[in-house]
Write a protein that binds this ligand. Structure first.
Ligand code: HEC
Ligand code: HEC
Ligand code: HEC
Ligand code: HEC
Ligand code: HEC
Length: 379
């Protein structure tokens, strides 16, 4: 016997759209689609992100073609065996997250190895919706790994190691070490990176608000001229007492600052001006790491010869001077008496300048830092 109900279910269980094409979602979920196109998730394929693309190419050259098989697990989860197929080109697409029916985080497994995908066209979200609420795809049971705002994210954003076993990306453990991530009221990845914004998710949304799919991150400062996530990361204050300038930093990001890709670097630049507004003192002039290493929040890796090198080619990590989760730190600079005013700038680098050169992207805007926070102090 065929009722209306079962016929509808049969139809949506065979999707009438290409679920791996985010454009196919646009007609009904336009708001979310537009946001996602601004996110790094939509640029995760090697042709769409020069930093990733060139690093992948360099690693394949130096470490062998099989390196690429590692990257696809997180960068092209919907087409890991053929990342250049359309389903791989779209990176972390809608289906990469919404067709997931379970997440099994296990030691040593990452990305697609931890994601259990449902049959094509069965979408899951944090909500309980009728299976046939959509005319073009089915809706499966709510995904607990999405509801908790973090487990799904941690399948790719937990922790990775370099080939020699040194820590590379460590956002997951950093987050878990924060007091603010604990308990029922604890912050989650989604609370900061997918804040609730006004408006329905698209033509079909029932809610007045939805979770932003811009996946706010530092790249927005380059691609959307939006530094807001960087200014939320840290509080900066400064005062001058006797002959010492105290610059206090407080990490508000519930993981290390800067987190993520091990090349990220934040530099505190202080310039002291005399009564004629001429530069009378600087914490460094050319090389911050040599002249004022405490002003640089970064990780440093060395190769076998003890020379600084990008994480994937390193023997070991020799420094982690980033702000830890929840950390407050005071940087102290002894300054000459003729300095009457200070200009403090915080600079964010997606990658350190030597690495831009190694990757051959030194002429791209991504190789230049952005100033995301400034302060003037009078004596
Ligand atoms: C023809 C319109 C249409 C298209 C195209 C469409 N959907 Fe939907 N979708 C719906 C409707 C209707 C709902 C149910 C909304 C409701 O009842 O709140 C829905 C619900 C969803 C939900 C659950 C939303 C929630 O509120 O929890 C997700 C996730 C989803 N769709 C993903 C997708 C993806 C991914 C695509 C593209 C591959 C897509 N949809 C294409 C109509 C569509
Ligand atoms: C465990 C999942 C995972 C794997 C495997 C992975 N990545 Fe990534 N990658 C990420 C995530 C997540 C980011 C975003 C930054 C962060 O959190 O570290 C990223 C960012 C990057 C970036 C920075 C891109 C930018 O625009 O600044 C580079 C470079 C990169 N990955 C290279 C690679 C290469 C090359 C491989 C394969 C050898 C690889 N990744 C494998 C998850 C992964
Ligand atoms: C990196 C994972 C990820 C990707 C990629 C992603 N989403 Fe989502 N989506 C989420 C999460 C997490 C939520 C919030 C779930 C919750 O808390 O109920 C969500 C919610 C939604 C909702 C419900 C509206 C809301 O926020 O309440 C819709 C509709 C939706 N997504 C559609 C899409 C479409 C269409 C795309 C591609 C253009 C997409 N998503 C890409 C993770 C993702
Ligand atoms: C309290 C808010 C907050 C929470 C909670 C939070 N983040 Fe962040 N996150 C930030 C801020 C602010 C930045 C920008 C500063 C930076 O890059 O470290 C950031 C940066 C990032 C980046 C960019 C790293 C890169 O390489 O460019 C990633 C990836 C990230 N967070 C993932 C996560 C994940 C995954 C979780 C959950 C396990 C999480 N965040 C929880 C605020 C938060
Ligand atoms: C299937 C793997 C995967 C999942 C699941 C995933 N991400 Fe990502 N995410 C990535 C990769 C890969 C990148 C880096 C892409 C690049 O830079 O080329 C990234 C980048 C980011 C960034 C950095 C943006 C920037 O400007 O640098 C943020 C923030 C982020 N993801 C948040 C999240 C959140 C929140 C979730 C969970 C709702 C999530 N991600 C789930 C793989 C994933």
């Amino acid at each position: 016997m065929q009722t209306e109900q079962t016929r509808a279910t049969e139809t949506v269980d065979k999707p009438v759209i290409d679920v791996d094409d985010p454009e196919a979602c646009k007609a009904c979920h336009a708001g979310v689609y537009e946001e996602w196109t601004e996110s790094m998730h939509s640029r995760a394929h090697h042709d769409n992100d020069p930093i990733y693309g060139n690093m992948r190419a360099l690693r394949m050259k130096k470490q062998g073609e099989q390196v690429a098989n590692q990257c696809v697990k997180c960068h092209n989860p919907r087409s890991p065996s053929a990342p250049d197929e359309p389903a791989g080109k779209v990176g972390i697409s809608c289906a990469a997250c919404h067709q997931v029916k379970a997440v099994h985080l296990e030691q040593g497994k990452v990305g697609v190895e931890t994601l259990v995908y449902d049959t094509d066209g069965v979408m899951h979200s944090g909500r309980e919706l009728p299976r046939d609420a959509s005319p073009v795809h089915a809706l499966g049971a709510p995904l607990a790994a999405m509801q908790d705002g973090q487990t799904l994210c941690l399948s790719c954003h937990n922790a990775t190691k370099t080939p020699t076993g040194a820590p590379a990306c460590t956002t997951g453990p950093e987050f878990k070490s924060s007091a603010l991530s604990k308990g029922d009221e604890g912050q989650t990845c989604v609370s900061c990176h997918m804040p609730e914004v006004e408006g329905a998710a698209g033509a079909v949304g029932r809610q007045e608000k939805h979770r932003s799919h811009k996946f706010l991150g530092p790249h927005r400062a380059w691609y959307q001229d939006d530094k807001s996530i960087l200014t939320q990361a840290v509080d900066m204050d400064a005062e001058i007492k006797d002959n010492t300038l105290h610059v206090s930093l407080k990490n508000k990001s519930v993981h290390a600052f800067p987190s993520g890709f091990p090349g990220r670097m934040v530099v505190v630049k202080v310039v002291g001006l005399d009564e004629h507004n001429n530069v009378a003192w600087e914490n460094f002039t050319e090389n911050a790491m040599k002249e004022s290493p405490e002003s640089v929040l970064n990780k440093v890796y060395h190769d076998k010869e003890g020379k600084p090198v990008a994480a994937p080619f390193a023997e070991k990590m020799v420094r982690d001077n980033r702000l830890k989760a929840d950390e407050s730190r005071s940087l102290e600079y002894v300054v000459p008496d003729n300095v009457k005013a200070f200009k403090i700038n915080m600079l964010y680098f997606l990658l350190p300048p030597p690495l831009s050169n190694t990757l051959g992207i030194e002429a791209l805007p991504e190789a230049k830092p952005v100033v995301f926070m400034s302060k003037d102090v009078m004596r």
